[in-house]
Design a protein around this ligand. Structure first.
Ligand code: NAD
Length: 469
């Protein structure tokens, strides 16, 4: 897909949502426009002593709330349109999740897999310096996070560079989320997007009246799942879905695709990918003729977790799933989506479904600016209350709980418990709101409802500022 596709697609989806609202055209135009876009070239010295000039971007789509928030992508596909489209998606995503952020996105155009760790570090640090010169990074300005091609290590370099540029600033660690735990990161952040995909899908499949027309029973148990893109989002989504009783029958990555109608052992598949560089050739599975064949596997739910534009008018007619659950950003083109909707598929849009990462990033940012972990003030107090209750019950019943259960009941909450429960709560509330809007607006699909709801929430912010009539 040409990169300007995504930005146009997001605009088109926003237009569809906007058509359901009665806000002024000027207000909607303000919301849709990308407010600030920074393109920068910077030189980095390579190991052989030569210089290479890198092209970087940061887009702040909206400033109706500050800071802005969004990931950083290292990929050869990075360009202005891709980054602007992804930044717009972040605005709508944050609004749907009721997070106090507006959307942003950034990236550097290069392939990190072809780069040494030293080069990745130099590119990351220099990118931060360039962003800092123009106010495109900061705990109260613009908060970075991982995306394709970046992870906790890059986030650590970002935090360290920002800290060096801002000595004495107490909130420096709030300039980036997705950091390693030892560097004020948050347990649960790495797997948060995949966990959110699981929770969101569970919510969406819970309503009999929504799934019965697809010939499905409510719930995840026994559902067959195909996952495109077995990376961070894809692997964790597959793992949580399998733990919830679904059967992961196919998975792919850039090196190939594998299939087993009886179900794949997701954790063993991950180990195989780590050892061999790809899921292809996983013992006990059939390696499909090409990686895109995973999109056409017979299954209940297809979960695309790779790149943009995976399902277009070219292959949408061959998708055999009944539900498409978008783990990736923009995996369907509008034309591909149109074909799926006409064929009666149920589509759970990524603007909602993959928002688990930014939601937990919000918790990490909160922890960083408050300088306290979530369990620190309450853990002992909660454990004490539980002990009183357990002992009172045992007193009344004149017997004690089995020791394992007793230990479980008495345990105070860990930080990860707060994170996971708050994430589940946020995903679940957002889904119910989107579904409610879907019914209220009487629109055909969940995505249109989600965009209408997100636009309405952002509009509400602008209206309270008193700028627009
Ligand atoms: P990742 O780099 O960890 O994983 C991507 C995986 O997709 C890799 O295994 C890669 O081999 C595979 N892949 C790439 N092209 C493919 C193709 N054509 N067919 C099959 N597999 C292919 O990236 P990620 O962080 O998991 O992100 C995946 C998607 O989810 C992106 O669209 C990203 O923007 C989106 N997303 C990620 C997060 C997050 O927290 N990581 C949050 C929200 C959205």
């Amino acid at each position: 897909m040409a990169n300007d596709g995504l930005v146009r697609h997001v605009e088109r989806w926003a237009d569809r949502g906007a058509a359901l609202l009665s806000h002024s055209r000027e207000l909607l135009a303000q919301i849709k426009a990308c407010n600030a876009l920074y393109k920068v070239h910077f030189p980095v010295r390579l190991a052989d002593g030569s210089l290479r000039v890198f092209e970087g971007y940061r887009a702040q789509h909206s400033q109706h709330r500050i800071p802005t928030k969004g990931g950083v992508r290292f990929s050869p596909s990075v360009d202005q349109a891709e980054i602007a489209g992804l930044a717009a998606l972040m605005t709508y995503k944050c609004a749907l999740m009721d997070l106090p952020f507006a959307g942003a996105k950034g990236g550097v155009r290069f392939d990190p897999r072809q780069a040494t760790p030293e080069l990745r570090e130099r590119v990351t640090r220099r990118y931060v310096v360039e962003l800092d010169k123009r106010g495109f990074i900061g705990p109260g300005l613009d908060v970075l996070a991982p995306d394709m091609g970046t992870g906790p290590q890059e986030m650590a370099w970002i935090a360290d560079t920002y800290m060096a540029l801002h000595p004495g600033n107490l909130e420096v660690f709030g300039c980036v989320t997705g950091k390693p735990i030892g560097l004020h990161g948050l347990p649960g952040r790495l797997e948060a997007t995949g966990r959110g995909v699981w929770v969101g899908l569970e919510e969406a499949l819970a309503f009999e009246e929504d799934v019965a027309p697809l010939g499905l029973e409510p719930g995840l148990r026994g559902k067959s799942i195909a996952v495109q893109g077995f990376g961070n989002v894809g692997f964790h989504a597959a793992r949580f879905l399998a733990e919830a009783g679904a059967r992961v029958v196919a998975a792919s990555d850039s090196g190939g695709a594998v299939h087993n109608p009886d179900g794949l052992d997701v954790v063993a598949l991950r180990a195989h990918k780590r050892d061999h560089g790809s899921v292809a050739g996983f013992p006990g599975s059939t390696t499909l003729p090409c990686r895109d064949a995973v999109l056409e596997v017979d299954c209940d739910v297809l979960v695309p977790c790779a790149a943009e534009g995976a399902i277009s008018e070219e292959n949408a007619g061959r998708v055999r799933a009944k539900v498409v659950a978008e783990g990736a950003n923009g995996p369907l083109t509008p034309k591909g989506e149109e074909i799926l909707l006409e064929r009666g598929l149920f589509i759970i849009p990524g603007v909602f479904l993959n928002a688990g990462g930014v939601t937990v990033s919000y918790f990490e940012w909160l922890k960083n600016i408050h300088h306290v972990s979530f369990e620190r003030l309450t853990k002992r107090r909660e454990a004490m209350s539980k002990r009183l209750l357990v002992e009172a019950i045992e007193d009344l019943a004149q017997k004690t709980f089995a020791s394992e259960l007793r230990e479980h009941l008495l345990r105070g909450p860990e930080e990860i418990d707060f994170v996971n429960e708050a994430l589940a709560q946020t995903m679940s509330t957002a889904y119910l709101e989107i579904r409610d809007a879907w019914k209220r607006y009487g629109c055909r699909d969940l995505r249109t409802a989600a965009y209408a709801l997100a636009l309405d929430k952002v509009a509400e912010n602008y209206l309270t500022m008193g700028i627009f009539p």
